[in-house]
Design a protein around this ligand. Structure first.
Ligand code: BES
Ligand code: MN
Ligand code: MN
Length: 455
């Protein structure tokens, strides 16, 4: 053991208690009734940053505030590393499916249950505790550090790219570190090599001026629900490929070596299926499950609304129908291009007798990392020391839109080292973060500063 790791072990009860305080603040970014809670979380975070030895400031945006914590004492010649995370969380509903209330964190079976525990409050806060531990033990950091915490990641980070652009000089850095993802398996530290992007739409189908008696009018008036179903059915072919013309044009081929490396990971397809609770897995023909999630784009219905959905039967021809549809994108697909493609496709297939509107809700670009250089090497070494084995390289199906913006605006490499675990229920009831990974993550994040100082 080293003094740094000793410090973390001996302070872990307090580190856990503080995270619990953070988790008690219901900073749900999607709901305006929680706006004051989001601000409270930002203020709480600012105070904690100050306590860790950072200079902290809150920056209002047109949406939720950005919190910055800065350590500049390494001097102008030293490298600067930016740590990014988000303090907003997904809505907790449906509440009745939680075994303990979402904003009353509890530790059960080594898991910290609470909304935001793993996504992303626990993974953001572990970086603050790592900085606190490092400064307490060593007195100073070998690099300058900026911690950037945003409050609207879960609603699309609309105001973050403009913030990064407006503050590009202040945020200038030599690398970005993000913990907002998962390890491939318990005890197996992981570095992300890619993230998918996102293009999210709402499709509205408007038919008759009002709901109609389905006996008096059915069969003679175009049914918006059926029209929507027919439109959605054109989105895929029988092989599970997206059938929107031009959709795959920008998809970059993945190197054989990368695909082989993915196939060598210890992936248990049966356990994965079991975790989903689905009776069978399904997707695009010709790809493995991990390839489908990590390397292939999708077009999925996220929500459907139309007609009578209450108890029993009601004979009605609905006036309208609506679908939420999102496409996960892979390099080098572009959300704006996908928006044009989907709008053109829907316009081409929509039946007469209804009005169809496609509205883009939000988007983000996909990302692939370099996996080389001092930050990547320091991250690998830190993870190996904290978890006792070298990290594996994994892909990811989810999206963190700002990662592309960091790479683009700041020109810095991004290291994604996540401490979640499969089955963590992010965005779902009973979200949890492994307590061992919370403490292990603090160690890895603290050792990262040591490793960076050596390089
Ligand atoms: N932390 C996730 C991204 C993620 C998901 C990483 C799964 C690893 C595994 C992030 O908070 C998230 O949920 N992103 C959204 C982005 C969207 C709201 C723009 C997503 O992927 O749906
Ligand atoms: Mn997240
Ligand atoms: Mn999330």
């Amino acid at each position: 053991m080293t003094p740094l790791l000793d410090f973390i072990d001996s302070h872990s009860p307090r580190f856990r208690d503080e995270l619990f305080s953070f988790l008690r603040i219901p900073s749900v970014s999607a709901r305006s009734e929680h706006d004051a809670d989001v601000v409270q979380a930002a203020e709480w975070l600012r105070d904690q940053m100050e306590r860790c030895g950072l200079e902290a400031t809150i920056h209002p945006t047109e949406g939720h505030p950005v919190v910055l914590g800065e350590y500049r004492k390494a001097g102008i010649g030293a490298r600067t590393i930016l740590v990014y995370g988000h303090y907003d969380v997904q809505p907790a509903e449906p509440l009745d499916l939680w075994d303990s209330p979402p904003f009353e964190p509890t530790l059960r079976d080594g898991k910290i249950f609470a909304r935001g525990s793993v996504d992303d409050k626990g993974q953001l806060y572990l970086h603050l505790k790592a900085l606190e531990a490092y400064l307490a033990v060593h007195g100073s950091l070998p690099v300058n550090v900026i911690v950037l915490a945003e409050g609207e990641e879960e609603v699309g980070s609309e105001h973050l790219a403009p913030f990064v652009e407006a503050h590009a000089e202040r945020l200038a850095c030599d690398g970005v570190v993000i913990s907002d993802s998962a390890m491939f398996a318990p005890g197996l530290p992981s570095i992300l090599s890619s993230l998918r992007g996102l293009a999210y739409f709402q499709i509205d189908v408007d038919g008759p001026a009002t709901d109609l008696h389905s006996g008096s009018y059915g069969g003679a008036v175009v049914n918006p629900a059926m029209a929507l179903a027919r439109i959605l059915a054109t989105f895929h072919d029988a092989e599970g490929r997206v059938a929107i013309p031009g959709f795959y044009d920008a998809v970059r081929a993945w190197e054989t070596a990368v695909r082989e490396q993915m196939r060598s990971l210890p992936f248990d397809e049966g356990a994965f299926r079991h975790e989903t609770g689905a009776s069978a897995l399904g997707g695009e023909v010709g790809y493995t499950t991990l390839e489908r999630i990590w390397t292939r784009p999708t077009c999925e219905v996220n929500g459907l609304l139309s007609g009578y959905t209450g108890e029993g039967a009601k004979t009605v021809l609905p006036a309208k129908a609506m679908a939420k549809v999102s496409c996960r994108l892979v390099p080098d697909q572009d959300p704006d291009t996908v928006e044009q493609l989907i709008k053109a496709h829907v316009a081409a297939v929509q039946p007469a007798g209804v009005t169809v509107t496609v509205t883009a809700l939000h988007g983000g670009r996909p990302w692939r990392g370099e996996l080389a250089g001092p930050l990547f090497e320091a991250g690998s070494a830190a993870l190996e020391r904290a978890f006792g084995r070298a990290p594996v390289i994994v892909g990811e199906g989810g999206s963190i839109p700002v990662v592309h913006d960091f790479a683009r605006v700041l020109g810095a490499p991004v290291l994604l080292m996540g401490f979640g675990l499969p089955g963590e229920n992010a965005h779902a009831p009973n979200e949890w973060m492994s307590d061992a990974n919370y403490i292990g993550g603090i160690k890895a994040a603290a050792l990262l500063w040591e490793e960076l100082g050596r390089r």
